[in-house]
Design a protein around this ligand. Structure first.
Ligand code: HEM
Length: 474
C-alpha cells in the first residue's frame, strides 16, 4: 500500500486481480471492505443499515470536526443524532429551501454576469474555476449572507480570499479519507510520515481565518440584541434553543459544522458540471439535445429558473450519467460496522470500514452495458416521467441511501442542475483550438483518476440577448 502511489487504485487493482466484487483488506488492525456489487451494497445500506451507520476515527476527521462535533464525519452516537436532526429539519427543510431561494438566484445570476464579462474579454473560460466558485458563492450566501470575504471583484469572479477559501476546502476533501498510514498504525501518529496532518491543519487554519471572526461577531450581535432577525443559515444555527431556552449549539459546534457543510456542498456539483461539459464536447450531439430541451422548455427570452428543473429531464439524465461514470471520489464516505454482521454470506467483523466503490459500482459491467460510454439516454424513462438525481438502488452513488444518506438532495440537485443549465442555455461552448480532443481515455485504465488532470478550458459566446446577462450584480 505504501509503495503504491494511490491506495484507492491499489484496492481496485487487487479486486480486479482477484475478480471479486467484495474484498477484505487488513490494514493494521482495521478490516477494509471495498464493495463494487450493487446487490451487496444494498445489503449493507438497506438490509443491515442499522449495523453500518458509524464512521471511522481518523486523524483528519478528528481535526476537521474539532473532536467529532459535527455530522458527516462523526461516528454513530448522540452528537451525530443531534446534528443530523438540526441539518435535516432546521437547515435543509423544504421551507428553508424556499426561504433561501433569492440568495441562490443571486448566485445563478452572478454566474451569468461573470461569464458574460469573460466573453467580452476573449471568452476563454476555466470551467473548474467557474463551477467551484459558483458552489462556494452559493455556500457563502446561504451561511454568511455574502459572496465575498474581501472587497469583491467587479466582474463577478472570485477574489483572492475566495480562491484561498475554496482551495482550502478541496485540500480538506483530498485528505479527509486519504488512507493516512497513521490511521491504521497508531504508533506512527506523532510522526506525520506522509505529511497529511500538516496539510489538514494548514487548510483548517485558512478556513478558520475566514469563518471565525464572522461567526464570533454574529454570536455577539445575537447576544447583545443588535441582531434579532434571521437572515441566513448561520443566524439559524445561532438561534436554535434547547428545552431550557439556552443556545442549542456551542460556538465550537457551529464553527466545526459550518466547515464540514462547506466541504459537503462544493465538490459534487462542481465536478458533475465540469465532467458533463467534457463529455458533451466529445459528443456534440448531446450538446444539441440539451439545447433543444432548454430552448423548448425555457425559450430564449429569459434565463433558466429553478422552477424549470423538474422539466429538464435530459439534463438530469446527463448529470446522473456523470455521477455514474465520473464520481468525484473513488469511494463513498466510509461506513463502520457497529457489530459483527453477516452480509452476502461473509462475516463482517465489528469495526470494519465498508467502502462502497463509487467508480466500481458505476462502471460495473454486470450492471451497465458499455460502462465507459457516456450515454445519458440510459437514464431516461419510457413514459417521460420526471428523473431524479438520487439512486437509492446503489447502481451508482449520488446521494447514497439509508440513515447516513445525504440530507441535501433538494439543495444538491438544485445547485447541480442550475449550474449546468445556465452554462448550457446561456452560452455556446467550443473547445480551445489548441486542444484537438479532450483526453477522455485516461479515466478508462486508471480507475481512480477522478478529475481531469488539467481543468477544462473552453471558449464561451453568449447565446441570448445581451440584456439578459446584465442582471443586477448584488
Ligand atoms: C450534488 C450534491 C451532493 C451530493 C451528490 C451529495 C452526496 C453525499 C453522499 C454520497 C454522502 C454520504 C452518504 C453515505 O455515507 O452513504 C453525503 C452525506 C452528507 N451530505 Fe451530501 N451531497 C451533496 C450535497 C450536500 C449539501 C449541499 C449538503 C449540505 C449543505 C450536504 C450534506 C450532507 C450531510 C450532512 C451528510 C452526512 C450524512 C450523515 O453522515 O448522516 N450534502 N452526501
Amino acid at each position: 500500500m505504501l509503495a503504491s502511489k494511490s491506495t484507492t487504485k491499489w484496492i481496485y487493482k487487487i479486486m480486479e486481480q482477484m475478480n471479486t466484487e467484495i474484498a477484505c483488506i487488513r490494514l493494521g488492525d482495521v478490516h477494509i471492505i471495498p464493495v463494487t456489487c450493487p446487490t451487496i451494497a444494498r445489503e449493507f445500506l438497506r438490509k443491515h443499515d442499522a449495523s453500518f451507520g458509524s464512521r471511522p476515527i481518523t486523524m483528519a476527521s478528528d481535526i476537521i470536526t474539532n473532536g467529532y462535533l459535527t455530522t458527516v464525519l462523526v461516528p454513530f452516537g448522540e452528537q451525530w443524532k443531534k446534528m443530523k436532526k438540526i441539518i435535516t429539519n432546521d437547515l435543509l427543510s423544504p421551507l428553508k429551501h424556499q426561504w433561501l431561494q433569492d440568495k441562490r438566484n443571486e448566485e445563478s445570476d452572478n454566474l451569468m454576469f461573470y461569464l458574460y464579462n469573460k466573453c467580452n474579454n476573449g471568452g476563454l473560460v476555466n470551467i473548474r474555476i467557474v463551477t467551484q466558485h459558483y458552489c462556494g458563492n452559493v455556500f457563502r450566501k446561504l451561511f454568511f449572507n455574502t459572496r465575498y470575504f474581501g472587497n469583491g471583484v467587479k466582474d463577478g469572479g472570485p477574489g483572492i480570499e475566495e480562491v484561498e477559501h475554496v482551495d482550502a476546502v478541496f485540500i480538506l476533501l483530498n485528505y479527509v479519507f486519504a488512507f493516512s498510514a497513521s490511521d491504521y498504525f497508531p504508533c506512527l501518529r506523532l510522526l506525520d510520515l506522509d505529511g497529511h496532518k500538516g496539510k489538514v491543519k494548514n487548510a483548517m487554519r485558512i478556513m478558520n481565518k475566514y469563518h471565525d471572526s464572522i461567526i464570533e461577531e454574529r454570536i455577539k450581535q445575537w447576544k447583545d440584541g443588535t441582531k434579532n432577525v434571521e437572515e441566513d443559515l448561520l443566524d439559524v444555527l445561532i438561534s436554535l434553543k434547547d428545552v431550557n431556552n439556552n443556545p442549542l449549539l456551542t460556538k465550537k459546534e457551529i464553527k466545526a459544522q459550518v466547515i464540514e457543510l462547506m466541504m459537503a456542498t462544493i465538490d459534487n456539483p462542481s465536478n458533475v458540471v465540469e465532467w458533463t461539459l467534457v463529455e458533451m464536447l466529445d459528443q456534440p450531439e448531446l450538446f444539441q439535445k440539451a439545447l433543444d430541451e432548454l430552448d423548448n422548455i425555457v425559450g430564449k427570452d429569459r434565463l433558466v429558473q429553478e422552477s424549470d428543473i423538474p422539466k429538464l429531464n435530459f439534463l438530469k439524465a446527463c448529470a446522473r450519467e456523470t455521477f455514474r461514470l465520473h464520481p468525484i471520489t473513488a469511494f463513498n464516505v466510509p461506513h463502520v460496522s457497529m457489530k459483527d454482521t453477516i452480509v452476502g454470506n461473509y462475516l463482517i467483523p465489528k469495526g470494519s470500514h465498508v467502502l462502497l466503490g463509487r467508480s466500481g459500482l458505476g462502471r460495473n459491467p454486470k450492471v451497465w452495458s458499455e460502462p465507459y460510454k457516456f450515454k445519458p439516454e440510459r437514464h431516461l424513462k419510457n413514459d417521460g416521467s420526471d428523473i431524479a438525481l438520487t439512486e437509492p438502488d446503489l447502481n451508482f452513488i449520488s446521494f447514497s441511501t439509508g440513515k447516513r444518506g445525504c440530507p441535501a438532495v433538494m439543495l444538491g440537485t438544485t445547485m447541480t442542475i442550475m449550474l449546468l443549465a445556465r452554462l448550457l442555455h446561456g452560452f455556446t461552448w467550443s473547445a480551445n483550438p489548441s486542444i484537438s480532443r479532450i483526453d477522455l481515455m485516461k479515466s478508462k485504465d486508471i480507475i481512480d483518476v477522478i478529475s481531469l488532470d488539467e481543468p477544462l478550458e473552453i471558449t464561451a459566446k453568449p447565446r441570448l440577448a445581451s440584456k439578459l446577462y446584465n442582471v443586477c450584480n448584488k
